[in-house]
Design a protein around this ligand. Structure first.
Ligand SMILES: CC(C)(COP(=O)(O)OP(=O)(O)OC[C@H]1O[C@@H](n2cnc3c(N)ncnc32)[C@H](O)[C@@H]1OP(=O)(O)O)[C@@H](O)C(=O)NCCC(=O)NCCS
Length: 157
């Protein structure tokens, strides 16, 4: 093993999770448009960053943002509005760390249920959620604007 060349290793030790700031919006919008068929606009991301009942966390490596998770809170239930990791940084455990941090915050707030919708064709996201023990509860027909169905998944916390 070449100990000097770790540029492609998973960099988990350098990962920092923090609350979003409005100055992050350009980078977050870039990640959105390169990851989703129907990305949030920059205006929507900025609004979400300012709503009190939302936990909006970003993951960064040496001050370079690699992903985000946005979760809304209502009574004792929470809903993942979005989770995304930059394409070049996927499958290194960063999405898991963002989700774990969110779950920690939900435990502190005594929230007992976490829900989300995923495109039925988004097999990688569904595998990701299954690893966290989310269970499929229903299919929402033509949930997305292009007609694709959504799988609703729930995790009891
Ligand atoms: C879903 C997403 C956030 C996962 O982030 P990530 O940092 O790549 O995920 P992790 O590295 O933490 O993966 C954890 C586990 O999830 C599963 N998983 C993640 N990506 C997967 C893939 N492409 N195929 C199969 N399983 C996958 C695996 O079980 C993985 O564990 P392993 O690597 O030990 O096998 C990321 O793929 C992403 O940004 N996708 C595009 C946006 C998106 O679809 N968001 C969800 C909308 S509902």
């Amino acid at each position: 093993m070449d100990l000097q060349d770790d540029s492609n290793q998973n960099q988990i030790g350098d990962l920092k999770i923090r609350t979003v700031s409005l100055s992050d919006m350009n980078r977050l919008y870039y990640i959105e448009i390169h990851s989703f068929k129907s990305p949030f606009s920059m205006e929507t991301l900025s609004k979400l960053a300012q709503i009190p009942n939302i936990i909006y966390l970003v993951a960064e490596i040496k001050q370079f943002i690699v992903g985000q998770i946005i979760t809304s809170l209502r009574a004792n239930e929470a809903h993942i509005i979005s989770i995304v990791i930059d394409k070049d940084y996927r499958r290194r455990g960063f999405g898991s760390i963002l989700l774990k941090k969110t779950i920690e915050k939900l435990h502190e707030k005594k929230i007992t249920k976490l829900k989300l919708e995923a495109r039925v064709g988004n097999k990688s996201a569904i595998s990701f959620y299954e690893k966290f023990n989310f269970k499929p509860v229903k299919t929402k027909i033509s949930y997305y604007s292009d007609g694709e169905d959504a799988l609703e998944m729930v995790l009891n916390l």
